[in-house]
Every structure is written in structure tokens, then in C-alpha cells.
Design a binder for this molecule. Structure first.
Ligand code: LLP
Length: 431
């Protein structure tokens, strides 16, 4: 089994953290998203302890809440002493509603409006991750009005291609995010920030990509940013305090994916950062990381009920389910691989190769192809694994399909963290 919180019960049902998924599906209905709270907490602690142990003083993780932004996750993050990254006023509002201490929140995004900036300052946001010069001026203007000195990180693009592991000097220069180091725009942005009395330039941020299995691209990015900081110190006397290396560490979705040792990656990163700082005689900055997927993805599974099966001789076998791209658009968007299990008949041998189709009126609404499963019938239960990240957060109401509930398996048993949307919810904004 891909994860240690899965097992098979005596009736051949999939057990999730010891709970029978067939019973949970009966109680809460399907589609149903389940989240293992202990697993989320364990991963937070793994990041936090490894960063405290292997990285310079003051280093800590921020949960990238775009992966799953619901009130309960911000409460868990606050309890686990995690910072958070929010990327919109909506995520910020959700964190505020959950009582998250906003001084530990970082506000991202490449397109912040004046209203966003105002909203964030009003709620005492800890730090802005500023994307460009116009945004910097807008943050400064409002910092003056609020009478504060606003902590800011500048988002830079180091020109790393994490998927080939090659440094491409001009690569990512055309990214919509941040200022490129190679064009001189990063330096100009830093100089502009240093000239502002109401801006405290804490340091720099980069995010090189997502679902990265290798640790080397993170080390490469750190080296490029530290070299940039050394140059700024020489030319402008600037002393770097914080380096935020973004998110991106991968999660295995199928048996074919390698497992990831987050602690070991952080240890290697620490070695690389200390060596580089000593080579450049740069003071060790506090390191921030922004894991999203690796905090919540493998803590989640989604249960669906099969509504029909269809065999097209010589072509395909379809199993249609009662959810799809509305609760998980990742196969439709990225052809993302998932593991699908026959949750109600785990002891039956796989006999057919299925395409698992969603319920939307669109042929691209597929959850997964080429899945070996026992012969299915209407009423069978399927489980899609690793759905904790970028599923609920990217869900939609296409075809006016209500979003599923999220049930969290906590230490005292299952509890409802997000209720299922009703038809009334669907028309709430309609006049
Ligand atoms: N920090 C920043 C600035 C980011 O843009 C992201 C993700 C993260 C942190 C967290 O990265 P993670 O640790 O989750 O890889 N919708 C896509 C993923 C988009 C990620 C965007 N940014 C998906 O479903 O795969």
C-alpha cells in the first residue's frame, strides 16, 4: 500500500487510519474528501524540527495555504506553530476567520490591488512578498498612511529550471512572477525598496516550481540568491536577514514515484547554505520554506460512488463516478497521475483496465486512465489517493455540482471540517 495510514479490513473494505471507508461514505455521502489530521501535524513537525536543526537560527516553515485553504487547516497550522503563506484576500480572510495570528502570515501574489494591500495591513499582516516596483510603491504609500514600517520580501526569479536541473541564465526571465536577477531588475527593485522609510527590506523570496523530487534545484536557487545578496552588500551595503526558498518538494502519487525524505533534503540544503555563506562571507540569513503539497497532499483521499460502467469492445472500459473535475480538476488540467483503489472490494483481483470518468458534461472530465480494477458495478466505492492538496482548493461548481464535504480524522475520531454544499449555496449570489 502506498501509505501507512491505509489498510484492508476483514470485509475487504479500505481502511483509512483504521476507519472503514464504506461506513464513512454511508454516513457522510459521496463524493467525500477525508483528511488525516495526525499526518498533517507530523509533516509540519518534520519540517519545523529539521529546519530548526539544520538551517540557520530563526529558520521556519510557512504552510502554502493555496494547497488547501479552509478554516480548520489554519487552526491546525497555528497549533503546530507554522507560519502561513496566503496569496489572496480570500485566503487571508479565511485565516483571519480561523483566528490565525496574522503576524505569522506572508502575503504573496503578482497582482495585488490597493484593496488587497489595505485589507492585509488592516489585519496586521506580518510580511508582504512584493512582486514588482509598482506594487512596492503601492505598499509604501499605504504603509505611510497606516503609519507603519512594513516588512517586505522581494520576489526574485533566479533562472532555474527545476525539471532539467540546469541553470538557464535567461530561463524564467519571462515568468509573470517577480523580478529577474539576470536583467538587473532585481537589483533596481532592491535599491528602490532600500530608499523607502516605511519599508523594511527583510530579504528575498523565490519559488522555483512544484512537485520537485530532487533537492539540488533548491540548493542552486539558494546559491544564486546568496550571490545576489553578496553583490548587494558590496554595492549598496545591504545585509540580508531572510531568504525564503518557496515551496515545491514533491509527494509520491503512485507506487512508481520515489519517496521523498524531507528531513534529509533540508539537511543537505543547510550544508549548501552554510558553505555558500562562508565562501561569500555573507552573514547567515534565516531560511523560510513554503511547503504546500507536501504538508497536506498525502493526508487526503477522496471517495466516490460508481454510478455506471460502460464497456466499448475493442476500446475502453469506463467507470463513471459521482464527482470528477469539479472536485479534482488535476487530471483534466495536467494529466496528473493518481492511485485509484476499489475501496469496497479490496480483496477482489484486478481484472479490467478502466477509465474513471467524472459526472460533468464534458469528455475531458476524467479522473484517471488505465486503472486496473476488479469488475465494477453501480454502487461500488472508489478511493482516489493523495487528494489533500490542490483538489478542494481548485474545485468549482461547473455544471452546478456542489463541492464535497471534508471530514477530518482527528485523534478523537472523524469530524466535519467543511460541510457539503447545498443547492441553496449554489444560488446564494444569484439575484
Ligand atoms: N510558494 C509559492 C510562492 C507558490 O507559488 C507555491 C505554489 C508554493 C509556495 C507551494 O508549492 P508546493 O509546496 O505546494 O509545491 N495547482 C498546481 C500547483 C500549483 C502550485 C503553485 N504554487 C497543482 O495542482 O499541481
Amino acid at each position: 500500500m502506498l501509505y501507512d495510514h491505509l489498510a484492508v479490513g476483514p470485509q475487504g473494505h479500505l481502511l483509512f487510519r483504521g476507519y472503514d471507508t464504506v461506513t464513512l461514505a454511508r454516513e457522510y455521502g459521496t463524493p467525500l474528501m477525508l483528511l488525516d489530521e495526525e499526518r498533517v501535524r507530523r509533516r509540519c513537525r518534520e519540517y519545523r524540527q529539521a529546519m530548526e536543526q539544520f538551517l540557520p537560527a530563526g529558520s521556519h516553515p510557512l504552510y502554502a495555504s493555496k494547497a488547501l485553504s479552509i478554516k480548520q487547516i489554519y487552526r491546525i497550522m497555528a497549533q503546530e506553530k507554522m507560519g502561513v503563506d496566503v496569496v489572496s484576500s480570500g485566503e487571508l480572510y479565511t485565516a483571519v476567520q480561523a483566528g490565525f495570528p496574522m503576524e505569522n502570515a506572508y502575503f504573496h501574489g503578482n497582482s495585488k490591488t490597493n484593496a488587497d494591500i489595505h485589507f492585509a495591513m488592516e489585519h496586521g499582516i506580518g510580511c508582504f512578498v512584493c512582486d514588482n516596483a509598482e506594487e512596492l510603491d503601492a505598499i509604501d504609500e499605504q504603509a505611510v498612511r497606516f503609519g507603519i514600517c512594513q516588512r517586505v520580501l522581494l520576489r526574485l526569479s533566479p533562472g532555474i529550471d527545476p525539471h532539467t536541473h540546469e541553470k538557464i541564465n535567461t530561463g524564467r526571465v519571462d515568468s509573470k512572477f517577480g523580478a529577474a536577477i539576470s536583467t538587473g531588475q532585481a537589483e533596481a527593485l532592491a535599491v528602490r525598496a532600500l530608499a523607502k522609510k516605511n519599508i523594511s527590506l527583510e530579504g528575498f523570496h523565490c519559488h522555483i516550481g512544484s512537485q520537485i523530487f530532487d533537492c539540488q534545484p533548491f540548493c542552486d536557487a539558494a546559491v544564486i540568491l546568496l550571490e545576489f545578496a553578496a553583490m548587494l552588500r558590496e554595492k549598496h551595503g545591504y545585509i540580508l536577514r531572510v531568504l525564503n526558498l518557496g515551496g515545491g518538494m514533491a509527494v509520491p502519487y503512485t507506487e512508481k514515484d520515489p519517496s521523498v525524505d524531507y528531513r534529509e533534503n533540508i539537511r543537505r540544503l543547510g550544508v549548501c547554505i552554510r558553505e555558500t555563506c562562508s565562501r561569500l562571507s555573507v552573514q547567515l540569513p534565516a531560511i523560510l520554506m513554503e511547503p504546500g503539497r507536501s504538508i497536506v497532499a498525502d493526508a487526503g483521499i477522496t471517495l466516490y460512488t460508481v454510478t455506471s460502467t460502460k464497456q466499448i469492445p475493442g476500446f475502453k472500459n469506463y467507470a463513471a463516478v459521482d464527482g470528477g473535475m469539479t472536485d479534482n480538476p488535476r487530471y483534466t488540467l495536467y494529466r496528473a497521475a493518481y492511485t485509484v483503489l476499489p475501496a469496497s472490494r479490496m480483496q477482489d483481483a484486478a481484472a479490467l483496465c478502466y477509465t474513471v470518468a467524472g459526472c460533468c458534461c464534458e469528455s475531458g472530465d476524467i479522473l484517471q486512465e488505465n486503472v486496473e480494477l476488479p469488475p465494477l458495478v453501480r454502487g461500488d466505492l472508489l478511493a482516489v489517493l493523495t487528494t489533500g492538496a490542490y483538489n478542494y482548493s481548485m474545485a468549482s461548481n461547473y455544471n452546478r455540482v456542489p463541492r464535497p464535504p471534508i471530514v477530518i480524522l482527528g485523534k478523537d475520531g472523524p469530524y466535519l471540517a467543511v460541510r457539503r454544499e447545498t443547492y441553496e449555496d449554489l444560488v446564494r449570489c444569484d439575484q
